[in-house]
Design a protein around this ligand. Structure first.
Ligand code: G6P
Length: 372
């Protein structure tokens, strides 16, 4: 079994380390020599795709957070309204969808029953259905009009890691492709992102080289009862994912919040010693979001929180208010989630390790939930 795990203690650890490859393989062969995206495999006509006036993601768990990240990016690049629905809620909210709606399901396994039922319902409403899936020939891609495979390779650990980064990558490819088809002026911006997306596997590898401190922090925190996670913009779903991972793996109460929501409630939870992770947007994120998140850190620190800050290289503004700083390489705002998710995965895994838990098979969970 050690060989299967490539010398790693857990499949999860192996899969975390496979993330640069998962992203690179998902990008592979999807651009032509001019750098334009080619997604022939989608098998939906360009005309149909050009007519799309609404996009709805349906997914569960970690995959739904990939959809939340993608919403920010795809709306910006295409100006098409995007919503994200938990698959098990989709059918029951009387969803609005027709032949101009693209319903994009995201599922690593392609077998999640809730997601499958949402896809079938979308199909009945006449929507175009695209499956973003990691498993060739799985049920959800078979039941969809088109599929865009992620190429993360088999994911064995119950908690999704490389599947998640590959899902964000595939969602971005889809968004960039739609922007390209529509020829929006935003497509310029999109082209820069596409170039940078190809540099992302190396940056993820760099994050993986810097994990010693986060491992130590996890071991110090083995007795922690509750952890909060804050993020904003694309960092908000990453905060949610950080909290989900901690619940799943370490059985610790954890909650993710949008940092702007802090003053509307969650700040009441802050008491001396409360650990809070903050995913800080890069200093060049539009609308001054960086400064706003830095003041959030200052506010909670003033109330005694123990602040563990995930920030870009060179972001010195966070230092006065951070008990710990976990650094990630610089990247443009939309690509940050592919870096900031990684230390949070490792934190949850190491905390579970420190508690002597089974990282690959957490209690009560299944890799793929094939019942509704
Ligand atoms: C299960 C797993 C989660 C996963 C979710 C969606 O609940 O424990 O890790 O995110 O299913 O799985 P899918 O295969 O549809 O991506």
């Amino acid at each position: 079994a050690a060989a299967e795990k490539g010398g790693h203690e857990w499949f999860m650890e192996k899969e975390i380390h496979e993330q640069p490859q998962a992203v690179a393989d998902t990008l592979l062969g999807r651009t032509d020599e001019t750098g334009a995206l080619v997604l022939d495999e989608l098998r939906i006509s360009e005309e149909q795709l050009r007519n799309v006036d609404r996009i709805t993601f349906v997914a569960c768990g970690t995959a739904a957070y990939a959809g939340m990240v993608a919403k920010y990016a795809i709306e910006r690049w295409t100006r098409i309204p995007v919503e994200v629905a938990l698959a098990h809620e989709f059918r029951y909210c009387d969803p609005i969808a027709d032949e101009r709606t693209l319903v994009v399901s995201i599922s690593q396994s392609g077998e999640t029953m809730d997601t499958l039922m949402a896809v079938k319902h979308a199909h009945d409403l006449g929507a175009l259905t695209v499956s973003i899936c990691n498993t060739h020939g799985a049920t959800i891609p078979r039941e969809s009009d088109a599929v865009l495979y992620t190429h993360a390779g088999p994911e064995i650990a119950v908690a999704s890691t490389k599947g998640f980064l590959a899902q964000i990558t595939a969602c971005y490819l889809l968004g960039l492709y739609l922007a390209q088809l529509r020829g929006e002026s935003y497509a310029d911006d999109a082209r820069v992102v596409l170039t940078e997306l190809h540099e992302t596997p190396d940056r993820i590898a760099e994050v993986l080289d810097r994990l010693d401190r986060v491992r130590e922090i996890a071991h110090f925190m083995a007795d922690t009862r509750s952890v909060l996670f804050l993020g904003r913009h694309v960092g908000y779903p990453i905060a949610l994912e950080g909290a989900l991972k901690l619940k799943e793996l370490a059985y610790i109460h954890a909650e993710g919040f949008a940092a702007g929501e802090l003053k509307h409630g969650p700040i009441a939870l802050i008491e001396p010693g409360q650990p809070v992770f903050i995913v800080v947007p890069g200093p060049d994120t539009p609308h001054g979001l960086h400064g706003k998140v830095v003041s959030n850190i200052q506010e909670i620190r003033a109330r005694g929180a123990r602040t563990i800050v995930i920030a870009q290289d060179g972001d010195t503004a966070v230092e006065p208010f951070a008990d710990e700083v976990i650094r990630v390489p610089r990247t443009s705002p939309m690509l940050q989630p592919l870096l900031t998710a990684v230390p949070l995965q490792v934190f949850a895994m190491e905390l579970a390790n420190a508690k002597g838990l089974d990282v690959d098979q957490p209690r009560n969970l299944a890799k793929s939930v094939t019942v509704e």
